[in-house]
Design a protein around this ligand. Structure first.
Ligand code: GLP
Length: 249
């Protein structure tokens, strides 16, 4: 079922994501999950970490698969997505298994080995995604092929601008290239949860859900997945018609 659920606040969205993780963990203590970065995810990770600290969620068995990363950055770069995920989710939640992208040296064999690593873990159980202002998912910019695999991509000017805030003096400028799971890779997950909050996501979310399913709006491609769900707050979901709660491809 492809469902859109609209909540009053980002805090309620965060609670729903944490509930979903709880259900997944009850069925399988070793789930394979991709977690995105971005400001949308901060309240979500705060909620997950808080539930892990008070014992409501035990995430120690979770196997995390990295979704995207800047190309050429090493583990020491503070603005890297690896460092961000360690800080906001993995370390406080006690998650130690993190299958990372070969971002520092993304050669074709290294990228293929990364995808082999996903298969070796039995594939992704749950892919949690954000949505970029231009409709990107992970770092799959508009025009990314629906069957694309993990690869190096050029970043859109808008995406670089949106991420400028993370690149302080010490880290210099936003890289121009990134390594990302492809759309084909993402769509192989058994289920997908796309999270959108804030008024600035309202138009692109509406386009992704109600416009054509097209590579020009990468997030629209999740509508071809049989188990994709969208969780949004009222601001991001303000164009959503409750009559249309089940989105169709
Ligand atoms: C980056 C990441 C995406 C993420 C997006 C949304 O571009 N590559 O995976 O979905 O940011 O970020 P925010 O939540 O800050 O809007």
């Amino acid at each position: 079922m492809r469902t859109v659920r609209i909540f009053d606040s980002p805090a309620q969205v965060a609670g729903a994501v944490a509930d979903r993780l709880g259900e997944l963990l009850a069925a399988n203590p070793r789930p394979v999950i991709t977690f995105p970065t971005g400001s949308t995810m901060l309240p979500v990770y705060d909620e997950i970490v808080s539930r892990s600290k008070d014992g409501r969620l035990d995430l120690r068995g979770v196997q995390v698969i990295q979704l995207d990363e800047y190309a050429g950055v090493d583990d020491q770069t503070a603005a890297s997505f690896r460092a961000w995920l360690h800080e906001h989710l993995l370390d406080p939640a006690g998650i130690t298994e993190f299958h990372t992208l070969p971002a520092h040296d993304p050669t074709p064999p290294a990228l293929a080995a990364y995808e082999d690593g996903i298969r070796a873990r039995g594939g992704v159980d749950l892919a949690i995604l954000g949505i970029g202002g231009n409709g990107h998912i992970a770092f799959n910019e508009p025009g990314s092929p629906a069957d694309s695999r993990t690869r190096v991509v050029d970043l859109d000017r808008r995406t670089r601008q949106a991420n400028e805030r993370y690149w302080t003096n010490a880290d210099a400028f936003v890289p121009t290239r990134a390594v990302t799971q492809g759309i084909g890779t993402i769509l192989e997950a058994r289920s997908i949860l796309l999270i959108a909050t804030g008024a600035e996501k309202a138009d692109i979310l509406h386009e992704a859900l109600n416009g054509p399913v097209t590579e020009h709006v990468p997030a629209s491609l999740i509508r071809s997945h049989p188990h994709a769900e969208v969780l949004a707050d009222a601001a991001a979901g303000r164009h959503h018609d409750v009559e249309d709660d089940r989105i169709s491809a």
